[in-house]
Write a protein that binds this ligand. Structure first.
Ligand code: DGJ
Length: 367
């Protein structure tokens, strides 16, 4: 029995509400282990995919875990959806690699579930900055690893102009980072040019499927300085080559994108490792922009640190796209297993998404 489990007398916890930041026990009485996760609503059930973390390391020793729920309060452990490769040390997903922020979407045409995740190769820190792609015919898996790559090799973003594409300035021209000249060069696409041939860096990420079935990969690129939104092919397994840069030099991580009444909303964090910082939000009428920044969506005590958490996903309740839950991680780098989940309802004020702290809340807030 795990240490966390012992904290509760009752192995089967009956939940009638959400308790942000507290232990959250699954059907077996263990704290849910699905960090940096995302929710897929499929055939009347919610599926929560997330990083299976181990206590002393954030490296992937197990893989991506899946839980299912009919009511969002009680979660059944469905096992490991995508296991790390324990046999082949040369596999991109070899045990000990880093797998973060997995998200799963369903492709109604191919009838396949498609998982994207941030992948860092074993022993290489955060240098690889790749996206991993896996597929399954069954929502719970097992998912089969397809490939990992850096997106959009050899392709320019649609919103980089000719001068920016052909500028002769290179990253080597800047001995010092964070100077005004360096910042201006970043905005002008210094790192897009640097990574043009090998593909753009892809770290913190989410997926979004629009009403017309088109899917998009949204990721922190350019050394986490700029968000990219890239369109996927109809089978969701490749990039069409159409992509835009968002907030160049804005230093955004942890993107979560959702759509309400024809408007696209993006929530992100700043970049401070495992430590929390203030969330940011933005709105657009088209996913390609223009994106207008809306500031910190959090309100009340703890708002300046996103209630000690970092966004990972915003998902619609009952799949209806009217009421949305903000899903965030309260990381614990001293014991990754004990990372907590902060789920809060999103409300709207003057066209802006608003997230208020609640020690406890239930789904009736959406009625
Ligand atoms: C912040 C990211 O959002 C997390 O997913 C993780 O990569 C940490 N940084 C690592 O420090």
């Amino acid at each position: 029995m795990s240490r966390l489990k012992k904290l509760f007398d009752e192995p089967e916890q009956e939940y009638q509400s959400f308790h942000p930041g507290e232990l959250w026990l699954d059907d077996q009485g263990n704290h849910i282990n699905a960090h940096g996760g995302g929710i897929l609503y499929y055939q009347g059930k919610y599926y929560w995919f997330g990083e299976h973390k181990s206590a002393n390391t954030s490296q992937a020793l197990v893989g991506v875990r899946c839980y299912s729920s009919g009511d969002l309060y009680h979660w059944k452990n469905e096992g490991v959806a995508l296991p790390v490769d324990e046999n082949n040390k040369l596999s991109p997903i070899a045990k000990g690699c880093t797998i973060e922020r997995p998200k799963v979407i369903y492709n109604a045409v191919t009838e396949q579930f498609v998982m994207y995740f941030h992948l860092e190769l074993k022993g290489q820190g955060y240098r690889a900055a790749q996206v991993g792609i896996a597929v399954s015919d069954d929502v719970k898996g097992p998912y089969k690893f397809v490939k990992s790559l850096r997106p959009n090799a050899g392709i320019w973003p649609v919103n980089m102009n000719q001068d920016q594409r052909t500028s002769s300035l290179t990253a080597d021209d800047f001995k010092e980072w964070w100077t005004p000249e360096w910042r201006a060069a970043i905005v002008d696409g210094l790192f897009v040019r640097r990574d043009f041939e090998g593909g753009q860096m892809s770290r913190d990420m989410t997926l979004f499927v629009d009403d017309d079935g088109k899917a998009y990969h949204i990721y922190s690129s350019e050394d986490n300085l700029t968000i990219h939104i890239a369109e996927l092919t109809n089978d969701y397994l490749n990039y069409t080559g159409k992509y835009v840069r968002l907030f160049p030099g804005g230093h955004n991580e942890a993107p979560a994108l959702f759509k309400k009444e024809g408007k696209y909303y993006l929530i992100t964090s700043g970049c401070t490792g495992w430590a929390p910082n203030a969330a940011r939000s933005a709105v657009a009428s088209s996913i390609w922009g223009a994106w207008e920044t809306l500031g910190n969506p959090c309100r009340g005590e703890g708002a300046e640190l996103t209630f000690s958490s970092q966004s990972t996903c915003v998902f619609p309740v009952y799949g209806e796209k009217k009421s949305f839950v903000f899903m965030a991680d309260r990381w614990n780098p001293k014991n990754h297993l004990d990372g907590r989940y902060v789920w809060l309802p999103i409300s709207f004020e003057n066209g802006k998404p608003i997230i208020k702290w609640a020690k406890e809340w239930d789904k009736y807030v959406f009625d």
